[in-house]
Design a protein around this ligand. Structure first.
Ligand code: C5P
Length: 397
């Protein structure tokens, strides 16, 4: 078996200390890490720290005469699954934009093969990140096919707060793991709905449900990791977008329906994870409703469109996956739903166990029968569902 290996570039930002934790996570997962540091990076963490954590030599110098044939800038990346720069400073991003090659890290990046993915985790002060030059550079790097991991928002080492904070090592690690996922959905377009919908009663009140969006977001991330082009249509949730996924935010079921209709024509797979409200309030009030002393309030509700049933009935419909969150008689209700909506695959779970949690207990229902999975993290279940979808569409005529 060939070794799982990445090249980790460390440039000169205080977030370099988080790269240490990232190396530890990779090594624990059996991924070898060749660390390449810039001179500025060495001001923050020493090469010895990375050497101890990675268990390998650390590269810092383009002119290292101790390396046979001095071709580290070529050889280091050749069998690597990717290059990840953590942290990437504003200066290093500017350098990448121009293809500069004046130290080992920038040179090996310019010399990488086009098949070697480059992931970059920017980390800098909020003003540096928002500076038009940095924003131009970030846009150019994306246009060049480089994946930007973050940055996130939050407290910064300099004492200011805002965009520019590096993603946490666990988040970056997930993107590294994704580099090693089999590309089972390469070339496929996957459309996913996630989260709840909110149906306005008046400008300050809504009808909604407890869906957190975690399962749908996990499936979007897993489909992306499997090489799919993913569009995620989501109701109001507080989750960050999975990296590399195109996200469309909506509020109501009817808005979700419109967004799905807009994107579904291009899709090979449709996975409806959203907990869509069954009803909306007819003529929701433009002004906040006041108590009128009668002791009651009557709302007229009308049924929302069934987005999944609509997509499944389209001529040349994509491969459709439904979710059923039930509070009782799970299997019976789920199978009835699968038949009614004419779905090749349905995922069933108990609503009270699934909503908001990080793990879930699910059953898969298809023409072959029912398959119960052991309770597991939603991220792990998402990978399983994606594998299941990939093998089902491979079998399609
Ligand atoms: O709400 P219900 O139990 O019918 O949901 C089953 C499946 O149908 C889910 O996958 C859900 O996302 C989808 N659905 C939908 N549009 C609706 C209601 C449900 O797409 N209006």
């Amino acid at each position: 078996m060939t070794e799982k290996r990445i090249v980790l570039g460390v440039t000169g930002g205080v977030a370099a200390y988080k790269a240490c934790e990232l190396v530890r996570l990779c090594v624990k997962a059996g991924i070898a890490v060749d660390v390449v540091m810039t001179q500025a990076g060495e001001h923050f963490v020493t090469a010895v720290t990375f050497q101890a954590l990675s268990g390998r030599r650390v590269y810092t110098d383009l002119w290292d005469a101790s390396i046979p044939n001095n071709m580290a800038h070529i050889e280091l990346t050749r069998d690597a699954t990717g290059i990840v720069v953590v942290p990437a400073t504003a200066d290093f991003m500017a350098k990448l934009v121009h293809g500069r090659a004046d130290d080992l890290l920038s040179t090996l990046i310019v010399a990488r093969q086009s098949t070697c993915p480059l992931l970059v985790a920017p980390a800098m002060n909020v003003e540096m990140w928002q500076n038009p030059a940095t924003q131009r550079n970030a846009a150019q790097l994306r246009a060049d096919g480089i994946t930007l991991l973050g940055p996130g928002k939050g407290d910064q080492a300099c004492g200011e707060t805002g965009d520019g904070r590096m993603l946490e090592p666990e988040d970056i690690f997930r993107s590294i793991q994704a580099l090693f996922s089999p590309k089972l959905l390469a070339g496929k377009r996957v459309l996913i709905t996630a989260g709840p919908t909110q149906e306005p009663i008046d400008p300050v009140r809504v009808i909604t449900n407890h869906s957190s969006g975690k399962m749908g977001f996990a499936i979007a991330a897993a489909a992306r990791a499997a090489g799919a082009e993913v569009t995620l249509v989501c109701g109001p949730v507080t989750l960050p977008s999975p990296i590399g996924v195109s996200r469309v935010d909506v509020q109501t079921a009817r808005e979700m329906f419109d967004a799905v209709k807009l994107h579904v024509g291009r899709s090979d797979v449709f996975i409806a994870v959203a907990a869509v409200a069954d009803y909306f309030v007819v003529d929701s009030s433009k002004q906040k409703i006041k108590k009128d002393g009668s002791g009651k309030l009557l709302l007229e509700l009308a049924e929302n469109p069934d987005i999944l049933a609509y997509v499944a009935a389209l001529p040349g419909a994509p491969f459709c996956v439904g979710f059923a969150a039930e509070s009782e008689n799970l299997l019976e209700h789920a199978e009835a739903k699968r038949k009614r909506k004419k779905l090749p695959l349905l995922v069933a779970n108990l609503a009270q166990e699934a909503f908001g949690a990080d793990d879930n207990h699910i059953m898969l229902l298809d023409d072959a029968g029912t398959h119960t999975l052991p309770r597991a993290a939603k991220t792990e279940l998402a990978r399983y569902i994606v594998e299941k979808v990939a093998s089902a569409i491979r079998r399609q005529p």
